[in-house]
Design a protein around this ligand. Structure first.
Ligand SMILES: Cc1cc2nc3c(=O)[nH]c(=O)nc-3n(C[C@H](O)[C@H](O)[C@H](O)COP(=O)(O)O)c2cc1C
Length: 343
């Protein structure tokens, strides 16, 4: 970990992936505490903490990440065709702020490559596929439909990501009319899967009150099985200390915790707790994981905190979360979901 931090951020990421692929990262003693086990969409999650999208864009190391103790792993974002992403540098560590800024721009090897990786896996463990659109594609709906058709049979759940700030125009798909068209447009692809798979929508933290209400209303009246809240933010809180704070891109890590948790709580309220939510953004401790659950998350994800704390964090959060649930008299994750709304 300390050695990796001496490398530029994207190099360090490539080295990490290479170590994981080579099996050189020791497996953790996975926390297997029944209080953490949770069932969603007919899937049995051993614990609620997943790996967020963007770490394993091509589906090369989902099993290595599950062995580190994650309850599930999300690959992607995968676009139909391979694409290089934005010019480097495009990934920045804001060490003083325990934050990351990225403007990767969906660099990935495309659906065929990811499909081959998923097909080569031995069954077991929950792996989701996060789908994007190609930068120069004129038909976003066709791109997402292609992703659903290609990776749907190979993944345990699917995510439509319309909230990356690094693909021009993508976030506009979150507006009422385009979102309705998108959700209706991919319904056929989803219905065409031989086995039914849950389809989730991943949203930005930077939405207006109106956007949030529209998304909730559409989600409740659609084949969507849940929401992921949230992606990175284009806001730059005044509290940021790092000289890199002015870099263009999406900000993640500690400064995203409060705003993403506020949007999570709001989406829980707007959907009346009827739609499972995955809480993501700035989780770096068991207390923060627990706060997301109480705000309305049924499942959790993280990415940026791994950069600063290393893989031991996964077990630490899971052990701490189990202790917090017991302290407050909850017998399961499910009992604690949305608890803050019932006080
Ligand atoms: C380098 C990097 C790349 C990312 N790439 C993607 C992506 O391809 N698709 C996506 O949906 N989210 C992507 N994300 C967003 C994360 O999945 C997550 O929503 C966000 O970072 C907030 O969580 P965190 O604060 O725990 O990192 C990326 C994040 C980072 C830091």
């Amino acid at each position: 970990m300390p050695l990796l931090r001496l490398l530029p951020a994207e190099r360090a990421h490539h080295v990490t992936l290479a170590l994981l692929k080579a099996g050189l990262v020791p497996s953790a003693r996975v926390v297997a505490d029944p209080i953490l086990a949770t069932r969603q969409w007919g899937l049995d999650f051993p614990n609620p903490l997943g790996l967020a999208a963007g770490f394993d864009k091509n589906g090369e190391v989902p099993d290595a990440m599950l062995r580190l103790g994650f309850g599930f792993a999300e690959i992607g974002s995968v676009t139909p065709l391979p694409q290089p992403g934005n010019p480097k540098p495009r990934l920045f560590r804001l060490a003083e702020d325990k934050a990351v800024i990225n403007r990767m721009g969906f660099n990935n090897r495309g659906l065929d490559f990811a499909a081959a990786r998923l097909a080569a896996r031995r069954p077991g463990g929950i792996v989701g596929a996060n789908l994007g659109k190609n930068k120069d594609s004129a038909d976003a709906i066709a791109d997402y439909a292609a992703g659903i058709a290609r990776l749907g049979p190979l993944a345990d759940y699917l995510v439509i990501n319309i909230s990356s700030p690094n693909t021009p125009g993508l976030r506009a798909l979150q507006g009422r009319a385009p979102l309705r068209a998108l959700v209706d447009g991919v319904a056929d692809a989803l219905a065409g899967l031989l086995e039914k798979k849950p389809l989730l929508l991943k949203i930005a933290p930077d939405l207006t009150v109106e956007d949030r209400a529209d998304i909730a209303a559409i989600a409740l009246d659609s084949p969507l099985a849940g929401l992921i809240v949230s992606n990175t933010t284009v806001e730059r809180p005044k509290s940021l200390k790092s000289p890199l704070a002015g870099e263009t891109g999406g900000l993640s890590g500690q400064p995203l915790f409060a705003p993403s948790t506020a949007v999570l709580a709001e989406m829980y309220r707007l959907t009346g707790g009827k739609l499972p939510l995955i809480g993501v953004g700035g989780i770096g401790s068991a207390e923060q994981a627990y706060a997301k659950i109480r705000a309305g998350a049924s499942l959790l994800q993280l990415y940026s905190a791994l950069v600063f704390s290393g893989p031991g964090l996964v077990g630490e959060i899971n052990r701490g979360l189990a202790a917090l649930l017991r302290r407050d008299g909850f017998a399961s994750i499910g009992q604690a979901v949305g608890a803050d709304h019932r006080r």
